[in-house]
Design a protein around this ligand. Structure first.
Ligand code: ADP
Ligand code: MG
Length: 276
């Protein structure tokens, strides 16, 4: 790995957008692999019952495997479920099994139901530079647990029609959690995904996003690429599946930007954000 600066404290990034199919999981696993290839120690927490991040990282997550469900609901130590990701040094994953589908309901009656992930992470003793949390496409208790555990919210936005639709709701939830449960929380990073530079729509959406947000939007857009979408079916990130591809290079560059950025970038466009 190249010598990028390592954060002084573990940066916990919540990858969230309650829309499905916008590139949350793809961005989580490929950014995580990129940061690890740049020399960082990175943990991916799969918080989606679909387990797509676990699959994409080639990590075992059949129903018998100790998983993030056990951590959240059974108070199992996080270190008991974390697995090394094959072929990528410094990359680890806390997998999700299908059990997690029930957690949204089971959490309701547990004590400290919003802060169970935060507690598990605080007790985790292995040194980490980054934790990336892949959220489900909803704003329920699983996502709330992620928002309580993290300081930074990373929002992938798909360069498509209605890209900003629903974002207001996410930002209001971020504000609620910030106000009541986690004062550090802020949107630090927005990444434009599935960008097709040949279409006018993609550049219009990109302009619109850059008008609403400024400092938070990464300069690197992630292109729409078949290689990116093929990699998960081989249990790989695009970084190992096709290291020289445009998708791989763009995620490496996006990771570099994140590593070089101030993790405390705050939202600067509160008024425009409220109009969403
Ligand atoms: P989410 O986690 O938000 O539901 P995913 O990361 O699973 O979204 O992406 C949705 C679909 O789009 C997946 O089939 C994925 O392979 C595909 N995809 C994501 N990013 C890209 C990209 N840059 N180029 C091509 N396909 C992509
Ligand atoms: Mg997903």
């Amino acid at each position: 790995g190249e010598g990028l600066p390592r954060p002084e404290q573990t940066r916990i990034m919540v990858v969230a957008n309650q829309k499905g199919g916008v590139g949350k999981t793809t961005t989580t696993v490929n950014l995580a692999a990129s940061l690890a290839l740049h020399g960082a120690r990175v943990l991916v927490i799969d918080l989606d019952p679909q387990g797509n991040a676990s699959t994409a990282l080639g990590v075992d997550h059949h129903s018998e495997v100790p998983s993030i469900y056990d951590v959240l609901v059974e108070s199992m130590p996080l270190s008991d479920v974390v697995q090394p990701v094959p072929d990528v040094e410094g990359l680890f994953c806390a997998p999700a099994t299908i059990d997690l589908a029930g957690a949204e309901i089971e959490l309701v009656s547990l004590v400290a139901r919003e802060s169970r992930l935060q507690r598990a992470l605080s007790a985790y003793e292995q040194p980490l530079d980054y934790v990336l949390i892949d959220c489900p496409p909803s704003l329920g208790l699983l996502t709330v647990n992620a928002l309580v555990a993290g300081a930074e919210v990373l929002i992938p936005i798909q360069c498509e029609y209605y890209a900003l639709e629903g974002l207001g709701q996410l930002l209001r939830n971020v504000d609620l959690v910030k106000g009541h449960l986690n004062t550090q929380l802020h949107v630090s990073t927005i990444i434009l995904t599935m960008y097709d530079g040949r279409t006018r729509l993609a550049s219009q959406v990109a302009d619109e996003v850059r008008n609403h947000f400024s400092a938070e939007v990464l300069r690197t857009n992630i292109p729409r690429s078949v290689r990116i979408s093929e990699a998960p079916s081989y249990g790989q990130t695009v970084l190992t599946y096709d290291p020289g591809s445009s998708g791989s290079l763009s995620y490496l560059e996006a990771a570099r930007e994140i590593a070089l950025r101030d993790p405390n970038v705050q939202q600067r466009h509160d008024e425009s954000v409220q109009q969403l």
